[in-house]
Structures are given as C-alpha cells and as structure tokens.
Design a protein around this ligand. Structure first.
Ligand SMILES: Cc1cc2nc3c(=O)[nH]c(=O)nc-3n(C[C@H](O)[C@H](O)[C@H](O)COP(=O)(O)OP(=O)(O)OC[C@H]3O[C@@H](n4cnc5c(N)ncnc54)[C@H](O)[C@@H]3O)c2cc1C
Length: 576
C-alpha cells in the first residue's frame, strides 16, 4: 500500500503561479497541498529572482489615458511585444491578467516584497503622490505606456513560501508528480515519486491545479549546447503537459517555426541571466564590433524591427560580434542597473564573476550571444483553459502551462495562479471525495519506478539525447525546408518517421541508479509524450492556418484535433 495523503486542492508545481494558487485556495478555506519537484523557496523560473513586473495601475494609468483595453491591445498587437505575437493571445484571459496585476503587486508588497521606494530617479516615471508617501520605480518596457515596476524581487519565492507556511499549506518538497488519477474521467488525485528516497506516493484530492511552468526544457537541443545551461530551469520538462495529455486534457499546439531576424538577449555563455534586456535599463546599448550603436536600449519600446535592419546590415558587413556596452553611461545609471542585476535571475552571478575577473561595466563591454537569422524555433504546447482556469477534464484546473494570456512572465503566472486557487477552492467545496482506483495506482507505480529495478537498459541521458536528435529533425521537416503549411512528400514522410522513432524510443528500457536519476527518466518519458502529440499535430494541414488556436487531445489512445478561431475583443488600432 502506497503512502496516501488527502487534501481538497492539490497544486502540482510550487513555482510562482503554484504558490499564488495555494495561498489563495487556502484563503478560500480549502485544505491545500503542494507537490514540488525542487524546493519551493528557490524553485522555478522565479527561484533566482525577478527585477521587473509589468502592471496596470488604477492610480496612474487612467491619468495617462491608458486603459486595460489599451494594454490588452498592446500585448496582442500594437506594442513591441504584441508585434511579435501578431494577435496570438487569449484576450479574455489577458484582460483578466492585466486587471489583476495591481492586486498581485499589493499582495506581494504586503508579504514583504519591496516595490516602493523613498527615492526614484529621473529615468523612472515621474508622478505625484501625497507628501511623505513612497513611490514605485516605473520604467518603460514593451508596451506603449510606462507600466513596468523595477523591484527587489530576489527573494520573491522566500516570501511566497512564508505565506504558504502561514496558511498551513502542506508542502512536499523534492516530490515529482508523475500522473493524474481519474475516476470516470473526473480527477481524483495524483501520484508522485520522492526524489530523495524513490518512495511512491498517492495524493487524494477533490481538485488538482497544474502549475508546473511554461516550458518543455530538454525537448530540443539547448541553444548553449548544454541542457543545464539554459534560460529556463532545465527541470521544467513538460511534466504537467504530459500528465494532462495522458488524462485526456486538451492542449493548444504551436509548431516549430523559423526566425526572420538575427536575435540576441543573452550575454555569451551566460544564458540563465537575461541581463542584456530590461535589467540593464536605463543604460546598456547594443553595439557592433565597430562600436556603432545598433539598439539604444533593447527592451524599451524602440521599434526593434526597424533597428534590426541595422543589425542585419552589420552582420552582412562582418561587423560582429555584438556587445552590451555601458561605458558611456552615467555612474548613477550603472549603479541602478547593478541594483537590478542583483535581483534578476542569475544576474547577481554575473556581478560576482565580473568581480573575480576584474571586469566592470564602466570600462568593459560584454559580448552577446548572437542567434543567426533563419534559426529554427522550437514547437510548444500547453493546456487549454477557460476563463475559470479549468480544463476540459472535470477537476483539472491550470495556471501554468496554459495558452498565452500576456507576456510569458511573472505577472501572468501570479494572476492566473491567484485566480485558479480561488476557482479550484470553490469547486472543491462542491465535490465529494472519490474512491481511488487501486489498479490504476499500481500500474502507475510500475510505470514510474521500474527504471530503479533495471540493471540493464539506457540511461536518461542517452534517451534524452536521442529525443533531441528526433526533435531537431522534426523542426527541419516542419519549418526548415518549406514555408510552414506547404507539405511536400519528403517532409510528410520525414515527420511520420520521427513519430515512429518516438514510439520506439518510448518503448526502450531505461535504468536509474538512484531516485534522482529515476525522476530524470520520468521527465524524459514526459517529454516524449509531449513530442508525440506535437508531431502528430504537425501532420494535420489545418495546423498552419492563421488566426486559429489548434487544439489536440488523446482519447482512447487516438489523437483528436480541432481548431477554434482566436477571439479578438480588442483589435489592433494600428492595423485599423
Ligand atoms: C532568469 C529568469 C529571469 C526572469 N525575470 C523575470 C522578471 O524580471 N520579470 C518577469 O515578469 N518575469 C521574469 N521571468 C519569468 C518569470 O520568472 C516566470 O514567468 C514565472 O516565474 C513563471 O512561474 P510559473 O509558476 O509559471 O513557473 P515556474 O516558476 O517555472 O514554476 C514551475 C514549478 O513547477 C515545478 N515542477 C515542474 N514539474 C514538476 C513535477 N512533475 N512535480 C512537481 N513539481 C514540478 C518546478 O520545479 C517549478 O518550481 C524570468 C525568468 C527567468 C528564467
């Protein structure tokens, strides 16, 4: 008999969204449990800190003539971010996110995250407050109005952990959820493997919130060439997506694509730190090897697409590499950027490395990783939810991974997490506890723990590497040879071969010498399940139509696809 824990609301993933979900579910009277593969104090994309948070502020933005509708329009179409999305945003969810950002900031502030300061600077938005009141440090980012708060977000996850503990949320750290338990299609709980002991656990729940993050790290070859040197945590491996797909949940699917511009956002060899974008504000130009300015500031409403023409010209003329250059900035601007670095991702590590190497923003320029034009981008999928944060499977809610509801960044995760917590808690009150299906549990135990017993078989690294090889081939067939959607015989045959190779790969015997490796094995199996649905979808011609969400699910082992139009509540003003 496996160790069993009962709860009302089970949150899978204790990252930013998962903690917000747990806190609010507890606020609404539910008994809450979190399963976290790592340790919630430092887990997930926000684990190493965030330094900026976009928001819509009812005290500031209406005075600037900027409404929530304007913000949604910006994020979907008209702002610098929107222009890259071309309307591929769920505007209903985006509106909810935009409207909820202020509450998120107020909550985080009340829990000890510092957002307001005695001193603001000339490059921050200047606005009036009653005498003696502190102010936000607001900077411009991708939207048409100044909306981004610079803040002390290094210990964001620590503050969230304290709030979970305060509300007696039961936290299982180092517990990797492996599968969802169902009874007559209704979610009744989940299973997990303890990453330290290898023990298999059962969690009985009235409702589950999926909060395992918006990434399928290690599905494709990492741009750095090393799985663990990546922008996103390399352990966000599509577990939530795979668990949901196996339980019959519908996901939206985005195929691999091809870039039309050169790109750079990261310092060379330090991709975990995105310090070459918003974080270096107000200083930090991008220059070419001749010292000519390419982009004055990378994340500040500059018409990036226009500037990219300069970049492409420099590349053609061989004026590479490109550098992040602070050397002409004022001392107080550099000091401000360094404060941001201290809070953002692993940028504080850059500062430490700089100290060790005797480097200084005041005198040294830093080489940027240059992504060439025509780079093939990865495919992606995520759960499809409605505005109640619920999926098509009764009892399965989600806040991350879900369809695009704004920039894939902290505000979206925080607001959807908060909302899903409330909705799930209310749902749990209407539900009776269901009996679990022992046969289902036993099958899941065998499926997820057998590599520990195997003395022969492949290691997780071997299978992961082969998966990468297959997925790189898939990318070339989908986006490399032809414009997407034009299907020649070679590409269709190639994609079908990729699928056959995945079927063989998933059947290969794996071995794990300890519980840690066991979890890595399960991650790879999850990635393969995600890949299979992505590749099956790639064969469907409707996949490539514009202005649609392409949705898929697995029912009785068969894929079922459908397309739905992207609803546009706030059309582009620019296009009109
Ligand atoms: C370096 C870096 C800097 C960033 N800076 C900013 C910023 O300044 N501003 C901003 O707005 N955004 C920023 N972001 C983005 C922002 O941090 C993320 O969008 C946000 O943290 C996502 O939260 P999430 O809950 O969706 O996912 P995550 O925080 O990634 O959480 C997912 C959690 O699920 C857990 N998990 C996964 N699988 C399982 C499983 N099987 N069982 C149990 N647990 C599991 C993971 O361990 C993880 O803790 C940054 C991201 C990075 C990587």
């Amino acid at each position: 008999m496996s160790k069993t824990t009962s709860t009302d609301v089970l949150v899978i993933g204790g990252g930013l969204s998962g903690c917000m979900a747990a806190i609010n579910a507890a606020n609404h009277g539910a008994k809450v449990t979190i399963l976290e593969k790592s340790h919630i104090e430092r887990s997930g994309a926000a684990g190493t800190g965030n330094d900026h948070f976009w928001h819509w502020n009812p005290d500031i933005h209406p005075k600037l003539g900027w409404t929530i509708a304007d913000m949604v329009r910006d994020i979907s179409f008209d702002g610098e971010y929107g222009k890259t999305k071309g309307g591929y945003i769920d505007q209903e969810l985006c509106e909810i996110v935009a409207a909820g950002t202020m509450e998120a900031v107020n909550n985080l502030e009340s829990w000890g995250v510092q957002f307001k300061y005695d001193e603001i600077f000339p490059w921050n938005l200047q606005y009036e407050v009653p005498k003696g009141e502190k102010k936000y440090r607001i900077v411009p980012q991708f939207q048409s109005e100044w909306d981004t708060l610079n803040y002390d977000g290094r210990d964001l996850k620590k503050r969230l952990t304290e709030q979970c503990v305060k509300r007696r949320v039961k936290i299982f750290n180092r517990m990797a959820a492996t599968g969802l338990l169902t009874k007559d299609r209704q979610i009744v709980g989940a299973t997990g493997v303890d990453m330290r002991t290898g023990e298999f656990h059962v969690f009985k729940a009235k409702v589950v919130i999926m909060a395992t993050g918006m990434d399928q790290s290690r599905l494709f070859t990492a741009p750095s060439g090393n799985w663990f040197n990546a922008q996103s945590p390399p352990t966000i491996t599509g577990d939530g997506e795979a668990m949901a797909i196996r339980a019959g949940a519908e996901v939206f699917i985005l195929q691999a694509g091809k870039t039309t511009n050169a790109g750079f956002q990261y310092m060379k060899n330090l991709v975990r730190s995105s310090g070459a974008a918003t974080t270096c504000y107000p200083a930090g130009r991008y220059v070419n090897s001749e010292g000519e300015t390419m982009i004055k500031h990378p994340a500040v409403r500059e018409p990036l697409r226009k500037k990219r023409e300069n970049v492409e010209t420099s590349i053609r003329e061989g004026k590479t590499p490109f550098y992040l250059d602070f050397t002409d900035a004022k001392e107080e601007e550099i000091a401000y950027a360094e404060w941001s670095y201290g809070n953002e991702g692993l940028c504080w590590v850059i500062l430490e490395i700089m100290k060790d190497l005797g480097l200084d923003f005041r005198k040294d320029a830093f080489e940027l990783a240059l992504e060439p034009t025509g780079r093939l981008t990865d495919g992606f999928l995520a759960l499809w939810i409605n505005t109640e944060c619920s999926s098509n499977v009764p009892g399965l809610f989600a806040c991350s991974p879900v369809q695009f509801a704004g920039e894939v960044a902290a505000p979206t995760a925080a607001v959807l997490g908060w909302r899903s917590g409330e909705k799930a808690a209310k749902y749990s009150k209407e539900m009776e506890e269901h009996e679990l299906d022992e046969k289902q549990i036993e099958a899941e135990k065998i499926r997820t723990t057998s590599p520990l017993k195997n003395t022969d078989g492949f290691t997780w690294q071997e299978v992961n590497l082969e998966l990468n090889n297959i997925m790189e081939k898939y990318k070339r067939y989908v986006a490399g040879f032809n414009p997407s959607g034009i299907k020649d015989e070679i590409s269709v045959t190639g994609i079908k071969t990729c699928l056959e190779q995945l079927e063989k790969l998933v059947a290969s015997k794996m071995k794990a010498k300890d519980p840690h490796e066991l979890v890595r094995c399960n991650e790879v199996i999850n990635l393969i399940d995600v890949a299979k649905l992505m590749i099956r979808a790639a064969i469907e011609p409707e996949q490539y139509e514009n202005s649609i969400w392409f949705l898929g699910k697995i029912v009785d082992n068969k894929p079922i696809f459908r397309k739905i139009p992207i609803k546009i509540k706030y059309p582009s003003k620019e296009a009109a």
